[in-house]
Design a protein around this ligand. Sequence first.
Ligand code: GUN
Length: 287
Amino acid sequence: MTTILSAQPIVGPKTAILKEKAQRLKALGIIPKMRVIIVGENPASLVYVNIKEKTCKKIGCDFELLRLPEDVTRELFLSEVQKMNEDPSVHGCFVQLPVPPQLRDIDVTSLIAAQKDIDGFGVQSIVDMYKGKDPFFMPCTPKGILELIKNNDIELSGKNVTVIGRSLIVGKPISLLLQNRGATVTMCHSQTKNLEEHTRNSDIIISAVGSPKFLKQTHFKDNKSQVLIDVGISRDQSGMLAGDIDFEKVKDQVKAITPVPGGIGPLTVISLMENLINAAEKISKGK
Ligand code: GUN
């Protein structure tokens, strides 16, 4: 039997713990607050931010969204980020990516105040991971992937892992975190030749590409030995949500696989909430 690696057994208990922590902070007069800046009308960004808002409210945290127009000036954008950084009522904040072309040469993730960087994309988190340490704010999708791996007793030390994708959000940080845990990591991406050679020779494959069903049966062994973690979420030709892996065709030939949706997505959001509560607790202790 293939194991379906679902988020739900992890998200349920974590939600309960976070609710309790939010209550405790409330008793001290602190309501953890997340503020998000979103620029323009990117439909996927609006969906993601909506899920973050709902989760904040469910856990008992405040949420504020600042929507800026697609053609916002650099000056206004930068001044709004600064305001968010300096607002003492905000415990965790970020700019939802991507931003429109006129802002693309700005190093947006480095603008966020280090003590509020709940996305974990800033320099402090990167340096910690690079040096072999878990950062205070671990990037949320990699944090979710590691939770899923731990919760399912999947060994990392000495294992061969192929990561497909080299983004700041998933590919690069998860590669570092896995290496730090003793895995032998191969980083692949859109220009990798003979991808199948890498995927077929790995114990674990993590895909973060965002191209529906581009990993097929031939990319994997047929002996129920591999673990597949699918971070991609996009729409196929019929408009249905799909992962990078052709789940229905591949699932019976592997040891374990994440569904899309319902695999990594909810773990990313709960990881963001953990980072928010940790930020608020740290600020409340004046550390
Ligand atoms: N765009 C897609 N995923 C993310 C994320 O995790 N954080 C931010 N800030 N933007 C994103």
